[in-house]
Design a protein around this ligand. Structure first.
Ligand code: GMT
Length: 374
């Protein structure tokens, strides 16, 4: 089977999932063609059956808004024919699903191409639900040959907001066993917490939806009772607000900003607790990565997070913005090593069973086969 994959190539969960999916499929022997405006950031190294096709949007004085969706559709159609693709799997509805549908329609009667759309989150809950994009998102969903969501929550939201006329399959995001050699991370841990302080950790793109400022509030409350450090991985719009907040609260020496990082597994292993206080989160891939590294999670109880972070089993969940409750849970975990070990063990076990790549990837393959046989 020859599979095209289109996604956002820069930092972000949907691009990460798309890229990891492509790598896993390639390992199974499928030929994978990534189609995007840049090389997906997790696609480093050489793979004999993975190809990348860059989409270029020509500049023209009339184009105040470069028509990327059109250039992408054109590229998809070209690649489909030239590389004899069976299907293109698009990630994040806007604009990828529409471009895919346009490519398929351009080829109608000349070449059979199927479009699989995976919805990831804000393409439904925020951007897609905006009146400017609602109609086109609904159209792209209904015109796809198959549609998946990354959680039951996102499926419910898609049904509620768009009343699609096509079935929607839930296929959860997935994880693989992280690499074993983590000695460098021990050195970094000693630098960050030289006196053995416990480390709270957060990883995101620091957009307001992530509510990363809450992590500073949580740390401040924890520090009232015990020493601790907060490690923040990533970058984005809320970074300077977070730096200012830490300074205003006088706890800036307890907060370490690591910026954007590639080797997240090594860094996740630094932490004792993972914090994800998001406003909304269709799944929470970073929390799954943390669970896989054996970190108990404290997350908000919103969106798909409770499908992943089981309250009292793999960590704790609390209402959005309830930093008192979240810090109470953090203290409970940090003060009770037996509880911490139990949560850590469960987190890792659930990550590596329910969300194991080996059980999720065949669900995508099964869907591809079903679509191609129709
Ligand atoms: O929807 C977004 O905010 C963007 C998207 C991304 O590209 O980072 O994130 C979503 O997709 C991830 C991968 O499926 C999920 O783990 C995230 O929960 C989801 N983000 C939100 O729902 C806010």
């Amino acid at each position: 089977m020859k599979i095209g994959i289109s996604c956002y190539p820069t930092y972000g969960g949907s691009g990460t999932v798309a890229t990891e999916l492509g790598k896993n499929l390639a390992e199974l022997g499928y030929e994978i063609h990534f189609i995007s405006y840049a090389l997906p950031y997790r696609l480093s190294g050489y793979y004999s059956n993975i190809f990348f096709h860059e989409v270029k949007v020509p500049e023209y004085p009339l184009f105040e808004y470069p028509p990327y969706a059109l250039a992408l559709a054109t590229k998809m159609a070209d690649i489909a024919i030239n590389e004899k693709l069976d299907l293109i799997h698009v990630h994040y509805a806007i604009p990828h699903a529409l471009s895919g549908v346009m490519a398929r329609e351009m080829l109608r009667g000349k070449y059979p191409l199927k479009i699989i759309t995976t919805l990831h989150g804000t393409d439904i809950t925020l951007v897609g639900a905006d009146p400017s994009f609602m109609g086109i998102t609904q159209y792209s969903i209904n015109e796809s040959d198959a549609v998946t969501t990354v959680s039951q929550f996102l499926k419910n939201e898609t049904l509620r907001i768009f009343q699609p006329t096509v079935p929607i399959d839930v296929i959860y995001n997935f994880i693989k066993e992280p690499p074993g050699n983590l000695s460098d991370c021990k050195m970094l841990r000693n630098r960050i917490a030289p006196n053995g302080e416990p480390i709270l950790l957060h990883l995101s793109n620091f957009r307001p939806v992530k509510r990363m400022l809450d992590t500073i509030d949580i740390l401040e409350r924890v520090l009232r009772e015990m020493p601790a450090k907060l490690v923040l991985i990533g970058d984005g719009p809320d970074r300077s607000n977070a730096e200012k907040k830490a300074r205003d609260l006088g706890i800036e020496n307890h907060v370490v900003f690591l910026g954007k990082q590639e080797d997240v597994y090594a860094l996740l292993n630094l932490g004792d607790i993972f914090l994800m206080p998001s406003q909304t989160e269709s799944f929470g891939l970073a929390a799954l990565e943390a669970m896989c590294c054996g970190l108990p999670c404290i997350t908000s109880n919103t969106g798909g997070l409770p499908e992943l972070n089981l309250h009292g089993e793999t960590g704790f969940t609390a209402p959005v913005g309830d930093v008192d409750k979240m810090s109470e849970y953090a203290l409970r975990i940090l003060k009770d090593p037996m509880l911490k070990n139990k949560l850590a063990e469960n987190a890792r076990k659930i990550a590596l069973t329910k969300f194991q790549a080996a059980s999720i990837i065949p669900q995508y393959v099964g869907l591809y086969e079903k679509v191609l046989s129709q």
